[in-house]
Design a protein around this ligand. Structure first.
Ligand code: HEM
Length: 396
C-alpha cells in the first residue's frame, strides 16, 4: 500500500490502466514475490523455531528424568531396597507380581539371598513389598526413559529435525544408557553372592556412569539451547573450569565410595572424626595395605580414608570454586553466565552443608532424606559447573 501511495504522490496522477501497465504489474509481481518470499522465510523460520524448541524441550525432559532416576536410585539404596528383585527380566519385569502367589514367589526368591539371611531374616510381606517397590520403580523409570527417548528420537530423525552431529551424539546417549543399565545389574548381582550388600566399587561405577549419562545429555541440551557461536564468553577461564570439574568428579567418586562403604556411619562427627582430625586407624602404619580396600567391610581403614578424603576434597573444591567465581565476576558476566556463576558458590555451600548434616545424622543408619538430598546436590553442582564452562573461553 505505502508503495502505491509513494508512487502516486510522485506522479500526482493515478488511473487504473496506469496501475496495471507493464512496469506496474512487474512491480506488483516483484512486490508479490518478495512478499511471498518473506512469508516463506518467516514460515520457515517459525517452523524451524518450533522444531528447535520441540527438540530443546525433549532434551530438557531427558535431563530432568535422568536427575530423577539418580534420586530414585539414591532412595532405593538408602532404603535397603536394591537387592529385593533377584532377577533382571528386561521386558517381563515390567509387570509387577500380581496376586498372592506371585508375591510369595518373588519373596521366596529374595529369601534365598544373602541379604535376607544375614540382615532381614523374619521380614514380613508388607516390608518386602516396600523394598520391592523402590527397586521395581527404579527399573520402571529406566524403561520409561527408554520410551520417552526412543520414540521422539525416531520421529525427529525421520522429520529431519536433528543435525547429523546431534543425531550421532544421541546414538552415543543410547549406547551409554545401555552400559549404565547393564552395570546396574552387574552391581545387583554382586550383592547376591555372599555379602548382604552390593559391592561398593560396582555401586560407585553404576553411580558415576549414571551421572556421566546425565552430564552428557545436559551438555547436549545447553549446546543446543545456547549454541556457542552466539553467546558472550569469559576469557581465560576454560582451564579453570576444566580443573574444577575434574576435582568435582573425584569428589563424586569419593561420595559413591562413601555410600557404598557406608563410611558415614564410622565417623558421625564434624569437624573432627570421632575426636581426631586424622583418625587413629589412619595413623597406624600396619593398616596401610591394599587388602584393607579389598575387604573394606571388615575393617575401619577403608571407610576412614574414604571419609577423610571426601572431607578434604570438599574443602579443596570449596576454595577452588570461590576463586573461580571471583575470577569470573571480574569480567562482569551477563545473562545465563551471570546466573550460572551466581548459583555456583551457593550450590557448593549448600552441598557441603548437606554433607555435614548427613554425617551428623549418620548414627546407626544413613538418613534417607539427607543422603538423597546430598546425592542430588552433588549432581546439580556438576551440572552448574558444566553450564558455566559453556561460557568460558581458553584464550585471554
Ligand atoms: C562439594 C562437596 C561435596 C560433594 C560434591 C559431595 C558428593 C557426594 C556424593 C555424590 C555422594 C554419594 C551419594 C550417594 O551415592 O548416594 C556423597 C556421599 C556422602 N557424603 Fe558427600 N559430598 C560433598 C561434601 C561432603 C561433606 C563436606 C561431607 C561431610 C563432612 C559429606 C558427607 C557425605 C556422606 C556421609 C555421604 C554418604 C551418604 C550415604 O551413604 O548415602 N560430603 N557425597
Amino acid at each position: 500500500m505505502w508503495l502505491i501511495a509513494a508512487h502516486w504522490k510522485e506522479n500526482e496522477r493515478f488511473d487504473i490502466y496506469h496501475l496495471f501497465s507493464l512496469d506496474h504489474s512487474t512491480y506488483f509481481c516483484v512486490v508479490w514475490v518478495v512478499h511471498r518470499k518473506i512469508n516463506i522465510v518467516n514460515n520457515l523460520q517459525q517452523k524451524s523455531n518450533s522444531q528447535q524448541s520441540a527438540v530443546g524441550i525433549w532434551l530438557l525432559i531427558g535431563v530432568f528424568m535422568l536427575l530423577m532416576q539418580i534420586v530414585i536410585g539414591g532412595v532405593t539404596r538408602l532404603t535397603g531396597s536394591g537387592l529385593s528383585i533377584t532377577k533382571w527380566e528386561i521386558v517381563t519385569g515390567t509387570i509387577p507380581p500380581i496376586g498372592e502367589a506371585e508375591w510369595q514367589e518373588a519373596f521366596d526368591l529374595y529369601k534365598a539371598s544373602p541379604q535376607y539371611a544375614k540382615i532381614n531374616q523374619g521380614m514380613e510381606m508388607g516390608d518386602f513389598k516396600f523394598i520391592f517397590f523402590w527397586e521395581y520403580f527404579h527399573r520402571l523409570w529406566a524403561r520409561l526413559m527408554g520410551f520417552v527417548f526412543l520414540f521422539p528420537f525416531i520421529y525427529f530423525l525421520a522429520k529431519g529435525y536433528l543435525r547429523n552431529k546431534l543425531a550421532l551424539h544421541l546414538i552415543g546417549v543410547v549406547a551409554l544408557a545401555m552400559v549404565v543399565a547393564s552395570f546396574g545389574w552387574i552391581m545387583v548381582a554382586s550383592g547376591l553372592v555372599s555379602r548382604p550388600y552390593v559391592n561398593a566399587y560396582k555401586l560407585t561405577l553404576h553411580l558415576m556412569l549414571g551421572i556421566s549419562l546425565f552430564a552428557y545429555v545436559f551438555w547436549l541440551a545447553i549446546n543446543y539451547l545456547w549454541p556457542r557461536d552466539g553467546i558472550a564468553k569469559l576469557q581465560g577461564l576454560k582451564g579453570w573450569s576444566t580443573g574444577v570439574i575434574a576435582v568435582a568428579v573425584i569428589q563424586l567418586i569419593l561420595g559413591g565410595l562413601m555410600s557404598g562403604m557406608k563410611a558415614g556411619l564410622f565417623f558421625p562427627t564434624w569437624p573432627d572424626m570421632n575426636g581426631a582430625m586424622l583418625p587413629d586407624v589412619l595413623q597406624d602404619g600396619s593398616q596401610w595395605h591394599l587388602d584393607a580396600f579389598k575387604h573394606y567391610d571388615t575393617n575401619a581403614f577403608a571407610p576412614a580414608i574414604v571419609q577423610f578424603a571426601h572431607r578434604g576434597v570438599a574443602y579443596i573444591l570449596t576454595a577452588l570454586v570461590l576463586v573461580f567465581t571471583v575470577r569470573a565476576f571480574k569480567q562482569q558476566p551477563v545473562g545465563p553466565a551471570k546466573l550460572g556463576f551466581t548459583l555456583l558458590p551457593v550450590l557448593l555451600l549448600v552441598q557441603v552443608t548437606l554433607g555435614i548434616v548427613t554425617v551428623f545424622n549418620s548414627i546407626g543408619t544413613i538418613p534417607v532424606s539427607w543422603g538423597v538430598l546430598h546425592q542430588a546436590g552433588g549432581v546439580l553442582l556438576l551440572a552448574n559447573l558444566i553450564f558455566v564452562r559453556h561460557f568460558c573461553l581458553s584464550k585471554a
